[in-house]
Design a protein around this ligand. Structure first.
Ligand SMILES: Cc1cc2nc3c(=O)[nH]c(=O)nc-3n(C[C@H](O)[C@H](O)[C@H](O)COP(=O)(O)OP(=O)(O)OC[C@H]3O[C@@H](n4cnc5c(N)ncnc54)[C@H](O)[C@@H]3O)c2cc1C
Length: 368
């Protein structure tokens, strides 16, 4: 059996190993954050265990817009350091660490007014390109921006409405198979010796008081396949449970801690032949941004940004969500999309870290 496979036998072995001898690090949550932490720690030679209550990427990490982007809109918030770091990682994923899963993706940004909007957008995209080159040691992993007249843009994307633009800018980002990226991270971590168990939920924490300070020294796990409980002792425990963060930390302390707001974003999926174009489309909307992304034989279109207070495991797309996305997409599409064109929808929850103040949190901070 190759050491990187994630099989029932490997899972059983991992559970047995992690509960029989203490680990340096226990990672709780097998989304992209937890999987990345586990891989990073395993490659540094730590004895690492990672557990996930559902399947790998069972939470937010399989319901994203599937883009690896630097967050163009953060440039307009002047957060250069964040964008530079994200673009550097985008370049590494495209060229070295995951070129089989991460692909360069051109986007057309339709401009509605001449001169001022073009200059404003060109500066933003130009800086985006520059930071991308900077992160790649002088060479970007994707082509730089290109400007189009209205006719040029419609040649590139015949499915765009003539009255929706006076011209356009084409820029590049990257798309990713988000769930497979998580699986590959976990498998690679496994290859470096990490013990990995899905369908394994942390239900409590082990604690000790040393010099008057109480600290977490491990966790109680529920093996959801076998219905048994296990204990893992750990020098460090990382809570990487996304929108479940407050619940998971409540198992460890009643003193509070991080506050995380669940912000729902939905996408609709339509067959490829419903829109005539090859590039993606990027739109700045009143509330956020909207992407129309080519995805194999389909288009993925989204997203929204609304607070979600129901069951965290099963966010759902509402009729209002669909109307909003259709309205935004139809503002630029020549052939009007209707509900009949939709072959699927999906919804995910952004874990938005909140300031530690009382009251309702802030929406509109997600990556997409
Ligand atoms: C609509 C939408 C679009 C997005 N688009 C993009 C995008 O294009 N690009 C981008 O980079 N980001 C995007 N994001 C953001 C990105 O998806 C998230 O930031 C990321 O997936 C969060 O990963 P995570 O590992 O922190 O959380 P999750 O993926 O939710 O992982 C947390 C895991 O913890 C597990 N868990 C919870 N409690 C326990 C427990 N007690 N024991 C064990 N396991 C537990 C859960 O089952 C879950 O799998 C988008 C998000 C949304 C919602």
């Amino acid at each position: 059996m190759p050491r990187t496979s994630l099989t029932p036998a490997q899972r059983e072995q991992s559970l047995s190993d992690m509960s029989s001898e203490p680990v340096d690090l226990l990672v709780v949550g097998g989304g992209v954050t937890g999987a990345g932490i586990a891989l990073d720690a395993a490659t540094r030679g730590m004895r690492v265990a990672i557990v996930e209550a559902q399947d790998w990427a069972g939470g937010t990490s399989q319901w994203s817009s599937k883009l690896v982007h630097g967050g163009l809109r953060y440039l307009y918030q002047l957060n250069f350091a964040l964008v530079a770091e994200a673009l550097k990682e985008r370049g590494l994923l495209l060229t070295r660490t995951a070129p089989h899963l991460v692909k360069a993706q051109p986007f057309l940004w339709p401009l509605k007014t001449p001169v001022v909007e073009r200059s404003y957008s060109a500066v933003g995209v130009g800086m985006y390109d520059m930071l991308s080159q900077f992160g790649g040691g002088g060479q970007s992993a994707v082509p730089s921006q290109r400007h189009y007249s209205k006719e040029g843009a419609r040649e590139l994307f015949p499915g765009i409405r003539g009255d929706a633009l006076v011209g356009a800018i084409r820029f590049y980002d990257a798309r990713v198979d988000d769930a497979r990226l998580v699986l590959d991270l976990v498998r690679t971590a496994r290859g470096y010796g990490a013990m990995c168990a899905s369908r394994t939920q942390v239900t409590g924490y082990l604690k000790e008081t040393v010099d008057g300070t109480e600290r977490v020294t491990g966790a109680v796990l529920r093996d959801l396949e076998a219905g048994r409980d296990l204990e893992v002792r750990a020098t460090y425990v990382v809570n990487a449970t996304g929108v479940w963060t407050e619940r998971t930390q409540d198992l460890a302390t009643d003193k509070g801690g991080l506050r995380v707001l669940a912000s729902k974003g939905i996408h609709i999926v339509v067959p490829k032949d419903r829109i005539d174009g090859e590039a993606g489309i990027f739109l700045r909307t009143e509330k956020s941004v909207l992407f129309i992304i080519p995805w194999d034989r389909h288009w993925v279109i989204g997203t929204t940004d609304t607070e979600w207070t129901e069951d965290l495991q099963h966010p759902v797309t509402t009729s209002t969500d669909i109307d909003y996305v259709l309205e935004q997409a139809n503002s630029v599409l020549a052939r009007t999309l209707t509900r009949e064109d939709i072959v699927g929808t999906y919804a995910g929850l952004r874990p938005l870290l909140q300031p530690k103040t009382k009251g309702r949190g802030v929406l509109g901070q997600g990556l997409a």
